[in-house]
Design a protein around this ligand. Structure first.
Ligand SMILES: [Zn+2]
Length: 394
């Protein structure tokens, strides 16, 4: 089956009528439906399916074992995300298995398609949750206590999905059998001018939560000079982010939550999430430090308090150069390009040889309903992944 044919099969699952695009989040009803769909597709291909202690699904072609070649991606999305970010890597993996089967290929090494859970952090705030848990990049106690916007903890969400949250955490057994991991993904900028490329690096990036506290009050009865309005320093933070991110750094405020959030109410508290990224660790940290200093100053001027929490962080990832060059050659000399987007592959790269294949994005739009990839490019991606898997498991 083609990648676009498989994507069409899930085109209605998690469609967000309010935001447009898709809202599919870890352990919610929609993501559970997608997981069931994936498991059925894997079984239909005779793959052996197992779910690990952290909720990631592995579909094995051949007996699970050491030196396995792993491919896959994620099925969750950002709120109102596109159809390709994540699912393209999963359906391309299934389609690549079909291609190899059809030509009678039998892998000499174990091969598996993996689906990582909650890659976007769209529900519990920490991106790449499944791969972070496996590799020990997040403390399991912290993970269990993460809460979604409705106040439901990850532990409760896992229990509601019929699984056991007490077994979350580093999984050496799962890691040691990975010989290498290759994630196919839609490219998320306009960096690729041919159908397929390979990844060279990922920017250092993280998420910070700023909680500004002031005095909730009446919007009409409270004179301007009597206010301690946390929305004012929150607004300063947005502008500080724009000012601090220079020379290729990126700083974004995409989410603000005032408490209580009423039109005629001065907020008592405003939570602002900052996403910051730059080429290296030092630049990223200094951009955040500058934004923090400006935010603290703005809070003090308004008589407000501010607390800053780092919710996630990942240093620059340089993908395995030998594997990258090998794949580029096997695929006929496709280009290597860096990306500003984070991926499970970036987390796994700290432990196993990891590579990524990118499929061209004609508009550079991603994390939005308009995200797109041409069907021909998607099939070029499947062909490239099939070639890659054949090469790596021969
Ligand atoms: Zn993704």
């Amino acid at each position: 089956m083609t990648a676009t044919g498989l994507l069409a099969a899930i085109a209605d699952v998690g469609a967000d009528r309010t935001r447009g695009g898709y809202s599919r989040h870890g352990f919610d009803r929609v993501e559970l439906e997608l997981r069931e769909w994936f498991i059925a597709e894997a079984r239909r291909r005779g793959l052996d399916v197992e779910t690990d202690r952290n909720g990631n699904i592995w579909a094995w072609w051949g007996k699970p074992g050491p030196d396995a070649v792993i491919t896959g991606s994620h099925l969750d999305s950002v709120p109102g995300g596109g159809a390709f970010d994540g699912p393209l890597g999963v359906v391309s993996a299934l389609a690549a298995v079909d291609v190899l089967r059809a030509k009678g290929f039998v892998p000499r090494k174990p091969l598996a398609v993996v689906v990582f859970v909650e890659e976007e952090g769209g529900r519990f705030g920490v991106p790449c949750l499944g791969s972070r848990l496996i590799t020990g990049a997040i403390d399991p106690d912290r993970a269990r206590s993460l809460v979604d916007p409705d106040g439901i903890s990850l532990a409760d969400a896992i229990r509601a999905a019929g699984a056991d949250p007490s077994t979350l955490g580093p999984d050496e057994e799962a890691l040691t059998r990975i010989g290498c991991f290759v994630e196919l993904h839609v490219e998320q900028g306009r960096g690729l001018t041919v159908p397929v490329g390979v990844a060279s690096s990922i920017l250092a990036h993280g998420r910070w939560r700023f909680t500004f506290t002031g005095e909730g009050n009446h919007a009409g009865a409270t004179l301007m000079q009597d206010r301690r309005d946390p929305m004012v320093p929150a607004a300063s933070l947005v502008l500080a982010a724009r000012k601090a991110a220079v020379g290729g750094a990126r700083a974004t405020v995409g989410r603000i939550m005032p408490v209580p959030g009423g039109t005629n109410v001065i907020a008592s508290e405003v939570n602002v999430w900052l996403d910051a990224r730059a080429a290296d660790d030092a630049t990223t940290k200094s951009v955040v430090a500058e934004i923090q200093a400006l935010a603290r100053q703005a809070a003090a001027e308004e008589g407000c308090g501010v607390r800053v929490t780092q919710e996630s962080y990942g240093d620059t990832v340089v993908f395995d150069e030998v594997l990258r060059d090998d794949l580029s050659t096997v695929l006929g000399g496709v280009p290597a390009l860096p990306t500003g987007a984070g991926h499970d592959a970036g987390i796994l790269a700290s432990r196993v040889p990891t590579a990524m294949l990118f499929v061209r994005n004609p508009t550079g739009v991603s994390h939005a309903p308009e995200e797109y990839a041409e069907p021909d490019d998607c099939e070029a991606g499947v062909a490239a992944l099939a070639t890659t898997l054949e090469h790596l498991t021969s």
